[in-house]
Design a protein around this ligand. Structure first.
Ligand SMILES: Cc1ncc(COP(=O)(O)O)c(C=O)c1O
Length: 411
């Protein structure tokens, strides 16, 4: 029982949580084996998870880390992003995407989203590059150096366009693929289409290790830098320190690294979850198509953009607020009253006090992100969502909308 699985623990027997991980006996067994092995931190299971992940995606290098946040930080560091640089990204994301830019003393340069699919708009990227050409926030600044597209909810960003822009302006691309495993496009897996890609295995993600992430890249030098920097900047991994014939205690520190390694307990979960990833994706897609079928054409709702390459980590429904006498927040409350847990993805970063204060941002600076935020409502979508629960979510969404539809019944 935990905060995701337990209806009972909240005292509401029929509450349908927004998220619920799919953990079975195989995962329990795998973690138990690690606990009983006498070695809890990074070792054989983490290596095995990395090689399984590399084989699965075809990525030449896969590096397990203890969060996608850490992975994004490592990726930017390895690409040489440094103080005063600027990194283009979307405000329509979780703060982790932009905070890692600040870790390095660089600055996020936000650009608005495409209203159709809510991912970063390549046309806005071009415009931002044109508008900021020659601008340097400080005398040492080197200007825009990278783009971080976010595959929001598992929907593929326009990678061809973004990579074309990056090539033209000599920019690195780091995919924030926190929501996007295992989504295949004609070009390959999301997260594997650029310089570096970063996946999240946080508790609510498409596969989970509790906390964790994976960094993938084709570049052996970037992989080598990340391997060293994820563990204090030490030149050999801790496991080798205790198992190789070389003196166990001797190591060198080649840089002031970080502590982002994935422990074997988490990796053991990941190995099992990875085997289930395809089935999980199938189930998410099945639920998404049921939602789309139920909500398409309902006049107070706007369904999310569909694509054969959508991972459906999130199902972000949008409300047509002109058709409704209530706002999104009250809609959430009405669903809550009917025992349905929902969420909002995202409160855009340009509405957060830190980013507003630091970059003098106003709500209207990114009108599409602002509008999406006001309308967005994420519905439960996970493999363990039962048929009866799916029906209840659909019925409740329609019932609330009809109750508050201006000028009579909707849909
Ligand atoms: C878009 C996005 N990027 C990055 C992250 C960070 O992932 P993690 O929690 O594994 O650090 C998240 C987490 O929710 C996310 O949603």
């Amino acid at each position: 029982m935990n905060r995701y699985t337990s209806a009972e623990s909240t005292g509401e027997r029929d509450f349908i949580p927004f998220a619920r991980p799919s953990i079975g006996e195989e995962e329990e067994q795998a973690v138990l084996e690690v606990l009983r092995s006498g070695w809890l931190t990074t070792a054989g299971r983490a290596k095995e998870f990395e090689s399984d992940f590399a084989a699965y995606t075809g990525a030449p290098h896969a590096l397990a880390v203890n969060s996608a946040t850490g992975g994004l930080h490592l990726a930017l560091e390895a690409l040489g992003i440094s103080s005063g640089d600027r990194v283009i990204t979307t405000p329509y994301t979780f703060t982790a995407t932009a905070e890692v830019v600040r870790y390095l003393g660089a600055h996020p340069l936000f650009v608005d989203i495409d209203p159709h699919n809510m991912t970063i708009d390549p046309r806005q990227v071009e415009k931002a590059l044109k508008d900021s050409a020659g601008y340097r926030p400080s005398p040492t600044s080197r200007g825009v150096k990278a783009i971080i597209p976010v595959h929001l909810g598992g929907y593929p960003c326009e990678m061809e366009e973004l990579k074309g822009i990056a090539a033209k302006h000599d920019l690195k691309v780091v995919e924030d693929a926190a929501h996007a495993f295992p989504v295949r496009t004609d070009a390959g897996y999301l997260g594997c289409l650029s310089d570096v890609g970063v996946f999240s295995f946080y508790a609510t993600k498409t596969i989970t290790t509790g906390e964790g992430g994976m960094v993938v890249t084709e570049d052996p030098d970037i992989a080598a830098r990340i391997r060293i920097m994820r563990l204090h900047g030490i030149d050999r991994e801790v496991w080798n320190r205790y198992t190789s014939n070389r003196a166990a205690w001797r190591y060198d520190v080649v840089a002031p690294g970080f502590k982002y390694n994935m422990p074997d307990m988490a990796a053991a979960l990941g190995i099992v979850q990875l085997r289930k990833a395809e089935d999980f994706l199938r189930q998410r897609r099945r639920i998404a198509s049921r939602y789309l079928e139920a909500f398409e054409g309902v006049d107070f709702l706007k369904v999310p953009a569909n694509s054969p390459s959508h991972g459906w980590h999130l199902f972000i429904l949008r409300l047509d607020l002109e058709k409704l006498s209530i706002g999104r927040d009250q809609y959430i409350q009405e669903l809550r009253n009917r025992g349905i847990g929902t969420s909002v993805h995202y409160i855009p970063l340009h509405l957060m006090s830190y980013y507003q204060r630091s970059y003098n941002l106003k709500p209207d600076d990114f009108p599409e992100a602002l509008r999406a935020y006001k309308e967005a409502l994420s519905l439960p979508i996970y493999p363990g969502l039962r048929e009866t629960e799916l029906h209840r979510v659909i019925d409740a969404v329609l019932e609330v909308g009809k109750k508050y539809c201006r000028g009579g019944q909707g849909g």
